[in-house]
Design a protein around this ligand. Structure first.
Ligand code: DGJ
Length: 729
């Protein structure tokens, strides 16, 4: 039984993979957290329930001095009764007060896991996942919170969420609701998170947790390039292959906050959920509010194992797409090839080359609609730019299909240009605050996705385009963050709901499209990787990782991304040189090797490729077909750290789950003249097996490769790279 409740000790024990989580119903009705860590067989955790009288730690009514909420580790932080840490929820009641005192009411344990209405969530069959719903109740306000815990049998992962139910006769306001709150006893932790910016998303930062409250957040309306809804707490000595690591991700694509607080007694409270700075929800009598889901992952063997657990749970229990386990088509995207300057003839000539080279899909990016020749107009006018694409989309797609290629199309559904028919017809459909105008970002405004009629209009319009031609893929872009987040049809007392309602509307549009076109492949995007989060993976099995397509920069961006997101979700393309973002020139072969680590494609003008480059494209296409199953389904090992200034060669290894083969990629960002000779130790192989290196036919034992290592070639230029394929014989 992965989840059990001991009636005598009143202890809940949750087992997930090789982890255990335990808490107890205190005699006073509160829920005390007891343990989260490596698997423990016994459920005799009661001795961990420690009470102590502390100065300046008040006792809540009906409790004694030794039971202060300030001191006891908890599952659900109360508000205003002596717990001075971040509360799990803040509920403003009709009397103006926000004190709440949630205590145990009931619980139920059942097989499987319910979906969350309107929100992304992990899923699993009855024999894969079990759920505990713990009902907490605040008598004075008549509000109930139901905390949900779902344990995955095969993985050290627990999905958590919370929902509020208003049983009272008055309307209350939820001012904060954490999806999960996690208290740790005295210990030292490092905090690992993924700060970034446009074109340099998800750089890994590791810092000791300070004795202060640290907040990682987005208030930009999207999960953002700047921060990712993820953090990990790691033992100070934890490394890739060793040490305890607790990873937490939020399955949400809008404003989030992760709060990490280290207190006076060295207790640590960590939370993640909707960002209270920009959130409030008016809860009418009998209404229910559901929080987004958080996923907790435990590893007793470093970041490597933490990442693999996230990858497995996301691949098997979050991504739903028809394309989930299918090899994604190799695409060529015309953005960096033509920007806005294309016509049917140019696109067909790229498609013709693509077909000859084995590429499988042409993606037509920005500029095909309205009268868009630059980024000042036409967003919202999702009908073809006739004078640019003379025969229309239908004819273009037919011709592309006739060449043997699939066709994909770019949309930016959530945005509108002032210079558009849509804005002229519905000026109040954009987010704005009356009397204040609306700020522009990339010369565009944001549609009010909280309004059902806006979502319905977009569904109808986009469906019209998809019905008119054989479009099998869409790239869903979003090129600015939200400002003046006001909705014309929302009452003043609900305006603080608009950020969250926006995200719910954006999810609904995805859902509507996927219901109507179940085989549609959606690639998420927000000016590159500005909405690369687990929430989006529920709808889009792949996301454009960054607008920075420079292979050397991508080593870091893809490594940071891989901390929790699987390679099968990372859009990675070979682009032109000098690179359009960094102006760096990198060998063509290296660009291919780096792009093979994701969903593969090209972002360049195929018509300009010389014979050598065309030959290499054919080789890369063949390599993708030969090795992609390892990248998509295998186990990733990051053998060296691109963020470490001492790293000379960045090495990644993918091992088949049955250890029968492995792919190793090595990239040297900068050449060291007359440099040292290196070898790198592989991981995860079958020690007793013999592996043969493709090409040279050299043979090595798995043990040798893991203990002595594989030789790094004598690279002699910046950006040199090599790929090795080992097969068990
Ligand atoms: C930002 C995306 O990340 C690019 O790939 C491209 O689609 C442009 N937007 C188009 O405007």
């Amino acid at each position: 039984m992965p989840i059990s409740f001991n009636e005598t000790s009143r202890i809940f024990k949750l087992d997930a993979g090789n982890s255990t989580y335990a808490f107890l119903i205190e005699p006073n009705g509160y829920i005390a957290h007891l343990y989260y860590g490596g698997h423990v067989d016994s459920d005799a955790f009661a001795y961990l329930y420690r009470k102590r009288d502390r100065a300046f730690s008040p006792a809540a009514p009906g409790t004694t001095n030794v039971e202060s909420r300030d001191v006891i580790l908890q599952e659900f932080g109360t508000n205003g009764v002596g717990d001075y840490h971040a509360p799990s929820a803040i509920v403003r009641q009709g009397n103006g007060h926000n004190v709440t005192n949630f205590k145990y009411r009931s619980h139920r344990i059942f097989k499987g896991k319910p979906s969350l209405p309107g929100l992304p969530a992990t899923f699993g069959k009855d024999d894969e996942v079990e759920t505990l719903e713990l009902s907490l109740y605040d008598e004075a306000s008549d509000i109930e919170f139901i905390l949900s815990y779902s344990t995955f049998d095969r993985y050290s992962a627990i999905a958590r969420s919370a929902r509020a139910v208003n049983h009272s006769l008055e309307t209350v306001r939820i001012e904060k609701l954490a999806s999960m709150s996690l208290d740790f006893p005295s210990d030292n932790f490092d905090l690992v998170h993924l700060p970034g910016a446009w074109a340099r998303e998800r750089a890994v930062e590791r810092i000791p947790v300070p004795r202060a409250r640290t907040v990682i957040e987005s208030v930009r309306g999207l999960s953002s390039h700047q921060h990712n809804p993820f953090f990990a707490l790691a033992a100070p000595h934890a490394a890739e292959e060793a040490g305890e690591v607790f990873g937490v991700a939020l399955l949400y694509s809008g404003n989030f906050a992760a709060e990490i607080e280290f207190d006076q007694f060295d207790h640590l409270r960590a939370q993640i959920g909707l960002n209270a700075r920009t959130f409030e929800w008016k809860l009418e009598p009998d209404a229910v509010f559901q929080s987004p889901e958080a996923l907790l992952v435990y590893s007793d063997s470093g970041f490597d194992a933490m990442s693999r657990t996230f990858h497995n749970v996301f691949r098997n229990h979050l991504i739903r797409s028809y394309w989930k386990d299918r090899e994604r088509p190799i695409l060529v995207n015309n953005w960096e090839a033509t920007y806005f300057d294309f016509n049917e003839e140019k696109l067909l000539s790229i498609a013709k080359d693509a077909a000859e080279l084995g590429i499988e899909m042409l993606v037509l990016d920005d500029g095909w609609f309205g009268h868009r020749n630059d980024d000042h107009s036409s967003l919202g006018d999702w009908f073809v730019f006739e004078s640019k694409l003379k025969g229309g989309l239908g004819s273009l797609v037919k011709k592309v299909n006739a060449l043997g290629l699939k066709f994909g199309l770019w949309f930016e559904p959530e945005m509108v240009s002032r210079d558009s028919e849509l804005f002229t017809a519905h000026p109040d459909w954009c987010l704005h605050v009356p009397g204040r105008g609306a700020s522009e970002g990339r010369n565009q405004l944001v549609l009010d996705m909280s309004r059902p009629e806006v979502v319905d209009y977009l569904f109808k319009t986009i469906s019209g385009v998809l019905d008119g031609a054989n479009i099998e893929y869409i790239k869903w872009d979003a090129n600015r963050h939200l400002t003046e987040v006001g909705s014309a049809t929302t009452s003043p007392d609900r305006q603080k709901e608009v950020f969250h309602r926006y995200v719910l509307g954006m999810y609904r549009l995805h859902e509507l499209l996927l219901q109507r076109y179940p085989k549609l492949l959606i690639e998420g995007c927000s000016g590159g990787g500005g909405r690369f989060d687990a929430g989006m993976l529920y709808y889009a099995p792949q996301i454009w990782t960054s607008d920075d397509s420079d292979a050397i920069e991508r080593l870091k961006i893809q490594a940071g991304t891989s901390l929790l997101y699987p390679c099968s979700a990372m859009g990675a393309h070979v682009s032109d040189c000098p690179n359009h973002q960094t102006h760096r020139t990198t060998p063509f072969e290296t660009r291919g090797i780096v792009a093979l680590s994701g969903t593969f494609g090209y972002e360049l003008d195929l018509n300009k490729m010389n014979d050598g480059e065309r030959r290499m494209i054919r080789e890369q296409v063949a390599a993708y077909h030969q090795y992609h199953h390892l990248v998509a389904d295998g186990e990733l090992h990051r053998l060296t750290d691109p963020f470490d200034p001492k790293t000379v060669v960045v090495v990644w290894e993918y091992v088949a789950c049955d250890k029968s083969e492995a792919l190793v990629t090595m990239v040297q960002p900068r050449n060291i003249p007359n440099g040292p000779v290196y070898r790198v130790r592989l991981r995860g192989l079958d020690a007793k097996a013999t592996y043969e290196l493709e090409g040279s036919g050299e043979r090595f034992s798995g043990e040798m490769l893991m203990k002595a290592g594989l030789n790094v070639p004598d690279f002699d230029c910046d950006g040199a790279a090599a790929l090795f394929h080992l097969k068990r014989i």
